[in-house]
Design a protein around this ligand. Structure first.
Ligand code: AMP
Length: 344
């Protein structure tokens, strides 16, 4: 449904309830979701959905900015949606949808391409890093942060949780929003970045100097959310520890043990230093981590299996989410088109 009828005068960003801001997160459906995603991104979303208006979308358009397999994007998108629902995302509270199903993202993207500068996009560190590693650089990789700006501004989001790697893109979003508002009249809410706590950084089990994850992590050191219990046990048992035998929380001197304690702390809801005192050997600590991860991940795995038996249900949830997302999105695009001179 694309609205063409006038909605409101494009004089100011829409008013909204003052209780808590509107928070938006996009997750790229590439690779399998892992423990770092759960603790650093998914759990905060799930906790936040009870406190603030929450919008979550699967950024499948962003997944096309580098070489991709069409079937992989399709499959991962459905798998991630299923996993997020299994982990507790509540589609009645959270607007949850797939980016490409709401065409206003690309429509606003173009309007913002006419607002952002080539030099600004070209300066992005992530563009420099990713393009340096490729022979054929897609133009969409350059304009990726402008699409990200469209994702955020489309929903008039107040808060965007970002990792350090995305903070430059968020800054560009703010610049573009301010420029558009100054040139064409107040149209967009200028969002602010929200940074996760440092303790939400999960390190690779096989190499605790790297972040667990799809780009930097190792296969053996990454706990995927849908890993079977025996695989999790093997990965934790083989986790790199540090010289010494006593269990102490010392992130600098003993990063391997500190990482295990932090994972345990996140899983059971206690402080790593307090937990350290409970274990006399690394073997005991690892055993506790295996048990805690089982308690954390088993319910997600079981619920995922249940939901995966009915992909029609997950697709319906996403379609309804897209319908809801379009309500904000259509209004924003209408206002932006009017402001920029495309509509009377
Ligand atoms: P990525 O899967 O790398 O696109 O990351 C998506 C989001 O998951 C990030 O923005 C972080 O919030 C979170 N995340 C990814 N890896 C980790 C990690 N190792 N520790 C904590 N949070 C992470």
């Amino acid at each position: 449904m694309t609205r063409t009828a006038p909605l409101t005068e494009p004089t100011a960003p829409p008013a909204r309830p003052t209780t808590g801001g509107r928070r938006l997160t996009g997750l790229q459906p590439t690779g399998r979701l892992h423990l770092g995603n759960l603790l650093g991104a998914i759990r905060p979303i799930i906790a936040g959905q009870y406190r603030a208006e929450t919008i979550v979308f699967l950024a499948d358009l962003h997944a096309l900015t580098v070489a991709h397999q069409p079937n992989e994007v399709r499959t991962r998108t459905l798998e991630q949606a299923t996993t997020l629902l299994a982990a507790g995302l509540d589609p009645d509270r959270t607007t949850f949808y797939v980016q490409s199903q709401v065409s206003e993202h690309t429509e606003l993207h173009y309007l913002l391409e006419c607002t952002a500068g080539y030099g600004e996009a070209h300066r992005m560190i992530q563009f420099k890093e990713k393009s340096a590693a490729q022979e054929h650089v897609r133009l969409s990789l350059l304009s990726y942060p402008v699409l990200m700006a469209a994702d955020i501004l489309l929903h008039q989001a107040d808060e965007v949780p970002v990792g350090a790697d995305q903070s430059q893109h968020l800054e560009l979003t703010r610049t573009v929003a301010q420029r558009f508002n100054a040139r064409y009249g107040p149209t967009f809410v200028v969002p602010r970045a929200v940074y996760p706590t440092v303790s939400a950084r999960v390190m690779d089990l096989a190499d605790p100097t790297r972040k667990m994850g799809k780009t930097n992590g190792t296969a053996l050191g990454t706990i995927f959310l849908l890993d079977p219990p025996e695989v999790i046990r093997r990965k934790v048992t083989r986790a790199v520890t540090d010289p010494g035998r006593s269990v102490e929380y010392d992130p600098r001197g003993r990063p391997g043990v500190a990482n295990l304690l932090e994972i345990l702390a996140a899983a059971v809801g206690a402080a790593p230093t307090t937990l350290a005192a409970d274990y006399r050997s690394y073997a005991q600590l690892k055993h506790a981590v295996v048990e805690a991860l089982d308690g954390l991940l088993r319910p997600i795995r079981l619920r995922h299996a249940e939901l995966a038996r009915d992909p029609g249900y997950v697709r319906r949830v996403l379609a309804e989410g897209a319908e809801r997302a379009r309500e904000n999105a259509a209004e924003t695009v209408y206002r932006a088109k009017r402001a920029i001179g495309l509509l009377d």
